[in-house]
Design a protein around this ligand. Structure first.
Ligand SMILES: NC(=O)c1ccc[n+]([C@@H]2O[C@H](COP(=O)([O-])OP(=O)(O)OC[C@H]3O[C@@H](n4cnc5c(N)ncnc54)[C@H](O)[C@@H]3O)[C@@H](O)[C@H]2O)c1
Length: 390
């Protein structure tokens, strides 16, 4: 039975919701195109056994704001397949899903990576529709732009940190940095900040934090990353002047920049009151809860919001979209430079807007994104105006 209501539609969208189902194979999927006022709907494709239509709808809306916040000309969209990505039938379901959406892919939606889908899956989509333009995030071997391997998100986080420091009148060179989480994002951020002349004084994993007030040797840390989370124990034992702290203690260390790049909700109001960094750059999604953000704002700590600071993947995906039909490989350095440049500018835009309005950067970034989408809707004669003219 189809629910007979349009309650999921609001002033922004979604413009189009397509559910696909194949009774015989059990394949079920959904595509949500949220808002295309600023450009074609773009967002990753998720595969999960408990995927819901409303989850995909929410994620499509987040993409509408994300593209507008980074000021790139795409709209919001997202797709999902309800299936276990660990199942041996994964490829079959993926093929059936894109085949069922052949009217929309790639003219209205291009498959991208999200939870449950990797580079090879993008290549499968291209193969199924015999169209290189049907997916982004595919391997280099099929002409793709493997931007996850390049550490674009961490690279962009470092660029945002440098811009925020400059905005406060400081400089990245010589500044002290603490990085929480030494995974894909934390490692790439530490590497880039080190290259920019910052002093990484602490890093952490789920197993603890290692602190050295005179700075850690980042290339040696990266080489030791093979130890996984136990890296902090090795460094604390082997490096003179380094000491081990319990996980979480790094958030309160004396530093110029704090980069939470591990998990969500690691900063609450109480911890935020003890943060000594001047600048917090949110590498992780939602690392600080709403109360923590209020406290940081009241204390004058500059926060670069997650969807500005960690948007490196989004910027790189835009490159990959452009490169879909090109036979010339995209240069890694070109993408990294574009990511850093774009995120630095966005950081300054958001911090300026926040200062002008006297509001926290998160609120300013959200408003900026909404204003941009609304302006595009107005300029293209969408609702309201057309209605009035008729
Ligand atoms: N990978 C990306 O491109 C990307 C893009 C945007 C946002 N993010 C967000 O960034 C965050 C990190 O992603 P990732 O891909 O680097 O993950 P990852 O799994 O590669 O690394 C996570 C790191 O955090 C550490 N960690 C976990 N719990 C911790 C704790 N309590 N204290 C300290 N360290 C802890 C882990 O030990 C590990 O080093 C996530 O919030 C993710 O959603 C990632």
């Amino acid at each position: 039975m189809i629910a007979d209501d349009f309650s999921h539609v609001d002033e922004w969208g979604p413009e189009k919701v397509v559910t696909v189902a194949e009774p015989r194979s059990g394949m079920r999927g959904v595509l949500v195109i949220d808002n295309t006022a600023r450009g074609m709907g773009k967002g990753g494709t998720r595969m999960a056994p408990d995927l819901t239509v409303s989850e995909v709808g929410r994620l499509a809306r987040v993409m509408t704001w994300k593209w507008a916040a980074v000021d790139l000309g795409f709209g919001g969209a997202k797709a999902g397949i309800r299936w276990d990505p660990a199942s041996p039938d994964k490829e079959l379901h993926l093929r059936r899903f894109v085949r069922a959406l052949a009217n929309e892919v790639p003219s209205e939606y291009v498959v991208g990576l999200d939870m449950g889908l990797g580079e090879d899956d993008a290549a499968v989509v291209q193969d199924e529709l015999r169209d290189r333009g049907a997916a982004v995030g595919s391997p280099r071997e099929t002409g793709g732009v493997p931007y996850d391997q390049w550490g674009v998100t961490g690279h962009g986080v470092a660029g945002a940190a440098a811009a925020a420091l400059a905005w406060t009148g400081g400089a990245v060179a010589g500044s002290r940095v603490v990085v929480q989480g030494f995974g894909a994002v934390g490692r790439a951020a530490a590497r880039r900040l080190d290259a920019l002349g910052a002093q990484v004084v602490a890093v952490s994993t789920a197993a603890g934090a290692v602190h050295r007030p005179d700075g850690l040797d980042v290339p040696a840390l990266l080489a030791a990353a093979a130890h996984g989370d136990g890296l902090v124990h090795h460094v604390a034992r082997d490096v003179p002047g380094a000491r081990l702290l319990p996980a979480g203690a790094e958030l309160l260390l004396d530093t110029d920049v704090l980069v939470p790049a591990a998990r969500q909700d690691v900063l609450d109001a109480q911890l935020a009151a003890g943060v000594r960094a001047r600048v917090v750059v949110e590498g992780a999604n939602l690392p600080a809860d709403a109360a923590a953000l209020r406290v940081l704002h009241e204390r004058g700590v500059v926060v670069v919001p997650d969807f500005i600071a960690n948007a490196g993947g989004v910027v790189a995906a835009a490159f990959a979209m452009d490169a879909r039909y090109s036979v010339f490989p995209v240069e890694e350095q070109r993408v990294l430079d574009a990511v850093a440049d774009r995120l630095s500018r966005n950081t300054v835009d958001v911090l300026d807007a926040a200062r002008r309005a006297g509001e926290p950067p998160h609120a300013a970034a959200r408003r900026l994104a909404q204003d941009r989408v609304r302006a595009a809707m107005d300029r293209s004669g969408r609702p309201g105006r057309v209605h009035v003219r008729l």
